[in-house]
Design a binder for this molecule. Structure first.
Ligand code: IPE
Ligand code: IPE
Ligand code: MG
Length: 239
């Protein structure tokens, strides 16, 4: 049973394994990605029911541009279709959609879909769904440093006053709490450049389940495991 008073506020998921899911079924990788998108529905419903506040999903990394062009194109098409088709439904469910990452590299059409999804849902106060698109933790830090340098140059900020809190405010996740629980599917044990700052003290949970097979029940498994951990933040045991 879950302890409702200790649900992680911010869960981040590295949704990995779409390609292997398709390969096992002798299907093209694009169909694995499609099945990956379909897996979101159950996860959203469960997250909402349990009372998770923030869900950050790694959908496309800065490194994923290095995949074959046809796969990148299929992913972009899927993203635009997803936003076009699902945004209204998410809005009805009071979901607030946000995007982190550098979307300026996407097509004008996809950027427009992103902006309209954010705009439509901006006043919602249900589940906050953060989609990481063309996101890389290192790229995010580089962009933050550029903005900081610019503000220092324009005398809006003094270099000696920069704190962790101030730096956080220059990240794409500005105003959001740190990640409490980071989940990665498909049996890979790495961070792959995801939320390297925000997940500094996250609890990590790995599963062999491939992303398209991931269900709300797996999310509950991850949360109940999280509830048995002791988060120390550098302190001694039980302090
Ligand atoms: C994750 O699945 C989805 C994206 C990275 C866009 P993969 O496509 O990485 O699936 P595997 O790791 O090849 O199985
Ligand atoms: C991480 O998965 C990125 C996303 C899930 C969007 P990858 O499949 O790209 O990661 P690596 O290359 O195996 O580390
Ligand atoms: Mg992968």
């Amino acid at each position: 049973m879950l302890n409702i008073s200790n649900v992680p506020t911010h869960i981040a998921i590295i949704m990995d394994g779409n390609g292997r899911w398709a390969k096992k079924r002798f299907l093209p990788r694009a169909l694995g990605h499609k099945a990956g998108v379909d897996a979101l529905r159950d996860v959203f419903t469960t997250a909402e029911n349990i009372g998770v506040k923030y869900l950050t999903l790694y959908a496309f990394s800065t490194e994923n541009w290095n995949r074959p062009q046809d796969e990148v194109i299929a992913l972009m098409k899927l993203l635009a279709e997803y936003l076009g088709k699902e945004t209204k439904k998410l809005h009805r469910n009071n979901v607030k959609i946000n995007v982190i990452g550098d979307v300026s590299r996407f097509s004008v059409k996809l950027q427009a879909e992103i902006i309209s999804a954010i705009e439509l849902t901006k006043l919602n106060d249900g589940l906050f769904v953060n989609i990481a698109l063309n996101y890389g933790g290192r790229d995010e830090l580089v962009r933050a440093v550029k903005k900081i340098s610019n503000d220092v140059k324009e005398d809006k900020l003094e270099a000696q006053n920069i704190t962790e809190k101030i730096l956080s405010n220059y990240l794409d996740t500005s105003g959001m709490p740190d990640v409490d629980l980071l989940i990665r599917t498909s049996g890979e044990y790495r961070i792959s450049n995801f939320l390297i700052w925000q997940a500094a003290y996250a609890e990590l949970w790995f599963t062999d389940v491939l992303w398209p097979d991931f269900k709300g029940a797996h999310l509950i498994d991850a949360i109940s495991d999280y509830q048995n951990r002791e988060r120390r933040f550098g302190k001694s045991e039980g302090e």
